[in-house]
Design a protein around this ligand. Structure first.
Ligand SMILES: *[C@@H]1O[C@H](CO)[C@@H](O)[C@H](O)[C@H]1NC(C)=O
Length: 397
């Protein structure tokens, strides 16, 4: 019995491993139609804990998704990834614009264990004719993640089918209003980011849709009034799926775009097949006025300034003698004393043997009388004493 049990266990493990390993997900999608792929958290949870089915312990780990085109750092231009919260499923969505194969690598990072797992998504886009009539609607009370599940897409499509009066309607594009310059809403109930839904059909627009184009409607919308959907055209059952009438846009691709008019030839363009014949010599020009203005005038100005400065500096200076004559004698005496003392201090710096003259008491400024050196034995004025002693070292202490 135990033997049999373990065999069953072993086989189950093998089956799960072989199923989980490298099962690439493949899609064949037409160009110009919306593609959505929901990144299911349960699938990746099974990759993290493949045995949870057997052990019976079910985990619900937070996980985040990272997606990129194989060998590239980012997703292809047309494809976007959105995941609101680590406990929410992620979505890859977008409308391929050209045929070709894209291999998308999806990494899921388990935010509890920090394990990662990888899956590969192979998207093969094939060319298909563009739907000639397209219309874009704005759903104000929606967020991109709430619109991408296929059930919600179908609800929206059903409402628009009634508005368009056709069942041949396909969703061409769904975009977050934030990706088109919308504002991040306040974090309050009743404020949503908004979603643009673009649908296309082979059938011409219904009478209801054409009302968007009437001048009367457009005037009302421009005036900023809260324009109601015209009577008999309101088909939304769920408030979230109601469209903002004034932001509806119709696109008619049925008639081929008129090609741009050919560029008009300017005089410098050669006639077809002609040979370029360069002119022999350019017409002569008189450069003398330019020369005078740019070279001679600044030069003359410079010379005048130079002469003025030279005159001021050389001829208008007061000489030192002139200044000395003007100065009163006693001030000159003071001045010379300072000079003399400075010189003496400088020479003293070489041999520190002699007491400086500057230590003598100052003469009386008003009378010009000189004080005799103080005769004192006080050790508090040793420098004055030093005048009588030839050497500072032999000073009494
Ligand atoms: C879908 O909408 C996005 C965002 O506005 C835009 O960049 C992209 O070209 C659209 N794709 C198609 C096929 O219209």
């Amino acid at each position: 019995m135990a033997m049999k049990r373990s065999w069953v266990f072993f086989l189950a493990v093998c089956a799960i491993c072989s199923l989980g390993a490298d099962a690439d997900i493949k899609f064949n999608i037409p160009v110009g139609k919306l593609f959505t792929f929901e990144l299911m958290r349960e699938t990746f949870q099974n990759d993290f804990q493949p045995l949870s089915v057997l052990t019976g312990i079910l985990y619900n780990d937070p996980m985040v998704f990272k997606c990129n085109l194989q060998y590239s750092p980012d997703l292809p231009e047309w494809l976007r990834l959105t995941q609101r919260h680590p406990y929410d499923n992620g979505f890859l969505y977008g409308t391929p614009t050209s045929a070709g194969k894209s291999i998308i690598e999806i990494y899921a990072i388990n935010k509890r264990t920090y394990e990662t797992t990888k899956e590969k998504l192979i998207i093969q886009a094939f060319a298909e004719n563009m739907l000639p009539y397209q219309a874009e609607f704005f759903l104000k009370l929606r967020e991109i993640e709430k619109v991408l599940p296929s059930s919600v897409q179908n609800e929206i499509k059903q409402d628009l089918q009634k508005l368009w009066k056709t069942t041949e309607l396909q969703i061409v594009n769904i975009t977050n209003a934030l990706d088109r310059g919308g504002r991040v809403p306040l974090p309050l109930a009743g404020h949503y980011e908004g979603v643009y839904v673009k649908v296309g059909s082979e059938q011409y627009f219904s009478a209801c849709l054409l009302k968007v184009l009437t001048p009367d409607q457009q005037r009302q919308c421009q005036a900023g009034a809260r324009v109601k959907i015209p009577g008999g055209c309101n088909y939304c059952n769920i408030p979230g799926n109601c469209i903002t009438w004034c932001k509806t846009q119709l696109f008619d691709f049925s008639s081929p775009e008129p090609s741009a008019p050919p560029p008009t030839m300017g005089p410098g363009v050669l006639e077809d097949g002609g040979v370029f014949d360069p002119p022999e010599a350019p017409p002569s020009r008189d450069f003398l006025p330019d020369y005078l203005v740019t070279v001679i005038v600044p030069l003359v100005l410079g010379l005048i300034l130079l002469a003025l400065l030279a005159y001021v500096m050389c001829c208008r200076r007061e000489g030192v003698e002139k200044r000395n004559i003007k100065t009163s004698e006693i001030q000159m005496y003071h001045h010379h004393t300072i000079h003399g003392n400075r010189d003496e201090l400088r020479s003293m710096a070489e041999g520190r043997r002699v007491a400086p003259l500057s230590t003598l008491p100052m003469f009386n400024f008003r009378t010009g009388e000189r004080f005799a050196p103080l005769q004192s034995d006080s050790p508090s004025i040793p420098l004055i004493m030093a005048q009588h002693e030839p050497s500072v070292d032999s000073m009494p202490r």
